[in-house]
Write a protein that binds this ligand. Structure first.
Ligand SMILES: *[C@@H]1O[C@H](CO)[C@@H](O)[C@H](O)[C@H]1NC(C)=O
Ligand SMILES: *[C@@H]1O[C@H](CO)[C@@H](O)[C@H](O)[C@H]1NC(C)=O
Ligand SMILES: *[C@@H]1O[C@H](CO)[C@@H](O)[C@H](O)[C@H]1NC(C)=O
Ligand SMILES: *[C@@H]1O[C@H](CO)[C@@H](O)[C@H](O)[C@H]1NC(C)=O
Ligand SMILES: *[C@@H]1O[C@H](CO)[C@@H](O)[C@H](O)[C@H]1NC(C)=O
Ligand SMILES: *[C@@H]1O[C@H](CO)[C@@H](O)[C@H](O)[C@H]1NC(C)=O
Ligand SMILES: *[C@@H]1O[C@H](CO)[C@@H](O)[C@H](O)[C@H]1NC(C)=O
Length: 696
């Protein structure tokens, strides 16, 4: 399915070392020798080992007791069992910026040297020109969130081999304004990471790469000139102070005060921002002709990511992840890479965007975001089919299946051959009382359009509505519940004859429940409804969400005293709850024995708690926030634009982010004017220096 990377490594080596045996075409192009100074750090390119396949715990979730998880995840109440829970591990953020200094002569000569000579549309040089965007992007983010929330900032920088006489010695870029003795220690507020250090091959199941193989891969990947490659390695950065990362592009500026919950909370999970218009929908494709037509665009990497997800979950279209600062939980991003090692390591092999002769790339941020949504869906369905109904025997007899069907029918004509499932009625996603009780500040600028607490987002989304849709295409499930601070009994509302809920979907018995054998394994049933016939799984989730009442997910979960295998217990929970980290559903065994390996359930932990924690691990919110995207092309329009932005900021409107995308068309004097306009704008907006800036 996915070509071995070593095939490609060999191909690339052939490309460079046979077609072009000596990389320098003339002595003039020899890279300059660099000394350790304000803008370069000289270091040895050593093997830092592979990325481990062991999934990481999420610290904020670990600080919740089993009773609190039951109360909050299963019943959506922040009550006595949760009081006093220390959520601080989930209330901070590490900011991550990818940066390259395109004016650095070393960068320019190295780029020339590695440029494939086969005709390729290169990124225009102006893309690399900079106006100190990184400095001001960081200042704006830190001003907006405050030092307590944004505890550490990371710069992902590039490193290049230089004429030191040894291939092993790299010169890593440093922004000139950085007090670099602060950035090169690992516990400071700012951490500088060079690609040659954090680009790492990930272990694959059943194969351990040798040091030599890791070296070959890294040699094919570094130096890199491709932001997609950089993004595919974010999950490897070390020395983070928080599990919650926010990935900023350096052309993004934050215009107003934001709260941690604009990005993430330990209550609802990461806030993922999507664009749900029909035009923002991406059909999965293994390889697309866009790779030839517009190879530097985003399309190929997104479609490929959708295809990779489709092989593991189910093939379906996904929506664009908005080009904003993006929340990525490190343990979950790492897990996505552990699930799809080829996709992540292959992407790093494209030194340039749009390079041919290398494996297809994925957009890692897109993949990592939808990964969480799909894992949550999988966790819900696995819990209901395998943990609740399959039980220890793992067999679903026709009698059991009849009972499952009745549960979905929720007291409506269980003998029918199809069930018409109504739209659930649920309490609002963002509940002020919960935020208060948990002592978490409310978002200042972000709408929470949908929460995983209401099931699977893509089962409901309506992308065909007109341009300016409320809730960005995600439905309002509240039906007036809890409006004006009044609690309405949801079950009473549903019994009210004047209330006719809209139909959400239909479950067909023949498609979803029938199998060739009378007794089916729970594994088989699960794979059918979850992946083979995804419409079954989507609708089953909607049915069980509705049947669980106005909040909570009780109907999915096994009973407290559920039958379980005593062999599963260990002295301590050694691994976070997760389902198999395989990249293809068809060949995966999801039975309880395989999914919960011996020794991974803590003594005293019930199967119900394991499942609830599994579901919680993948909680998420789909949200949106006001931002302004502007292409910087010409001096005269830029001036008007910047004035307009400043005015909006003074009025304290909802605008949270500004993207100033560099696409300058002016030259000469006008080009200088653009530089001047941007510099004065930045200085006026964000004058306060950060603690790690050099004294000038
Ligand atoms: C190359 O760099 C290494 C490590 O910084 C240094 O020890 C060595 O002297 C350098 N070699 C030359 C020829 O400058
Ligand atoms: C980028 O490199 C140029 C040339 O070496 C240098 O003048 C400039 O200060 C560098 N910019 C940053 C932000 O370090
Ligand atoms: C980080 O710092 C600690 C001490 O503060 C040190 O023991 C550790 O080796 C450092 N790690 C790296 C990667 O430099
Ligand atoms: C790979 O390495 C790990 C330790 O890092 C070891 O436990 C495992 O047995 C090795 N697997 C193979 C196939 O060599
Ligand atoms: C709520 O959180 C703030 C910090 O965000 C802290 O200062 C305060 O003591 C907390 N209050 C309670 C009741 O825990
Ligand atoms: C809303 O309800 C909560 C809890 O029942 C109560 O503490 C609060 O005072 C109410 N707010 C208003 C504006 O009525
Ligand atoms: C199916 O399972 C039931 C109960 O688990 C058992 O009594 C029956 O014999 C099984 N039928 C077949 C065909 O295996």
């Amino acid at each position: 399915m996915v070509t071995s990377i070593f095939f490609w490594v060999l191909l690339i080596r052939k490309y460079y070392f046979v077609v072009e045996p000596y990389p320098y075409t003339s002595l003039d192009e020899r890279p300059p020798q660099i000394q350790e100074d304000d803008t370069h750090h000289i270091f040895r390119n050593i093997d830092r080992g592979p990325t481990s396949r062991t999934p990481l715990f999420i610290r904020a979730y670990n600080s919740m007791s089993d009773e609190c998880v039951e109360e909050w995840v299963a019943h959506h109440q922040w009550g006595p069992a949760c009081t006093g829970t220390d959520l601080s591990a989930g209330l901070s953020i590490d900011g991550v910026w990818a940066w390259v200094n395109g004016s650095d002569p070393l960068q320019i000569t190295t780029r020339q040297r590695y440029k494939p000579d086969k005709a390729m549309k290169m990124d225009a040089a102006h893309r690399y020109v900079e106006h100190n965007e990184l400095l001001y992007s960081m200042r704006s983010a830190l001003t907006s969130l405050g030092e307590d929330t944004m505890q550490r900032l990371h710069i992902l920088a590039s490193a290049y081999p230089h004429a030191n006489g040894s291939d092993e010695v790299m010169a890593g870029q440093i922004p000139y304004w950085l007090e670099n003795n602060k950035a090169l220690t690992n516990k400071s507020r700012i951490v500088l990471h060079h690609d040659a250090d954090y680009f790492k091959l990930i272990e694959k199941p059943g194969t351990n790469f040798t040091s030599w193989e890791r070296g070959e891969w890294k040699e094919a990947a570094i130096p890199t000139f491709n932001s997609l490659a950089v993004e595919s390695q974010i999950q490897n950065i070390e020395d983070t102070s928080s599990d919650q990362l926010v990935y900023y592009n350096d052309d993004f500026f934050t215009l107003r005060k934001l709260s941690v919950s604009d990005f993430t909370t330990p209550l609802y999970g990461p806030v993922i921002k999507t664009l749900t218009r029909l035009t923002s929908m991406y059909l999965p494709a293994k390889d697309t002709f866009w790779r030839t037509i517009n190879p530097a665009g985003e399309e190929p990497g997104i479609k490929r990511a959708a295809w990779v997800l489709g092989m593991r979950f189910s093939l379906r279209p996904y929506y664009y992840i908005t080009h904003h600062p993006r929340t990525l939980w490190l343990p979950l991003l790492r897990e996505a890479a552990q699930t799809f090692p080829e996709a992540f390591t292959d992407t790093a092999l494209s030194r340039f965007r749009a390079q041919e002769d290398v494996p297809a790339s994925v957009q890692a941020v897109f993949l990592g975001s939808w990964y969480v949504v799909e894992r949550h869906r999988e966790a819900l369905l696995w819990t209901w089919t395998i943990a609740k109904w399959g039980g220890r025997s793992g067999t679903l007899s026709s009698k059991l299946k009849a009972r499952m069907w009745n549960e979905l029918a929720n007291e409506e004509s269980p003998s029918a051959s199809r069930l018409s499932i109504p739209m659930p009625v649920r309490v609002p996603v963002k509940d002020r009382h919960v935020f208060q009780a948990a002592n978490v500040s409310m978002p200042t600028s972000t709408e929470y359009s949908f929460s995983s607490k209401d099931g699977y987002a893509l089962a409901y989304v309506d992308s065909t509505w007109p341009w300016n849709r409320p809730r960005h295409g995600y439905p309002d499930l509240t039906r007036g519940l809890l409006e004006n601070n009044q609690t309405v009994d949801g079950s009473k509302l549903l019994r009210d004859p004047s209330f006719i809920p809209a139909r959400a979907c239909v479950i067909k018995r023949s498609t979803c429940f029938e199998s060739y054998t009378q007794n089916e394994t729970a594994n088989n049933f699960f794979k059918r409804i979850a992946f083979e016939r995804p419409e079954c799984g989507d609708c089953i989730i909607t049915a069980l969400i509705g049947a669980s009442g106005i909040s909570g997910i009780d109907k999915f979960l096994p009973h407290h005293q559920a039958d379980r295998d005593p062999g599963l217990h260990a002295d301590a929970l050694t691994l976070p709850p997760h389902l198999p980290l395989t990249s293809d559903w068809a060949t995966t065994d999801f039975s309880m024995k395989n999914a919960i390996p011996k020794g991974s359930l803590e003594t005293g932990m019930t199967l119900r708690t394991w499942c609830t924690r599994l579901i919680q691990r993948y909680s998420y919110v789909l949200g949106s926030v006001e931002s302004d995207f502007y292409k910087v092309e010409r001096a005269n329009t830029l001036e008007t634009k910047l004035d307009e932005v400043e005015l909006k900021v003074e009025e304290e409107g909802p605008l949270a982010f500004l993207c100033l995308n560099d696409d300058v068309k002016d030259t000469g004097k006008l080009r200088d004017r653009i530089d001047e306009l941007l510099m004065t704008f930045f200085d006026r907006m964000w004058p306060s220096r950060m603690s790690f800036e050099k004294q000038v």
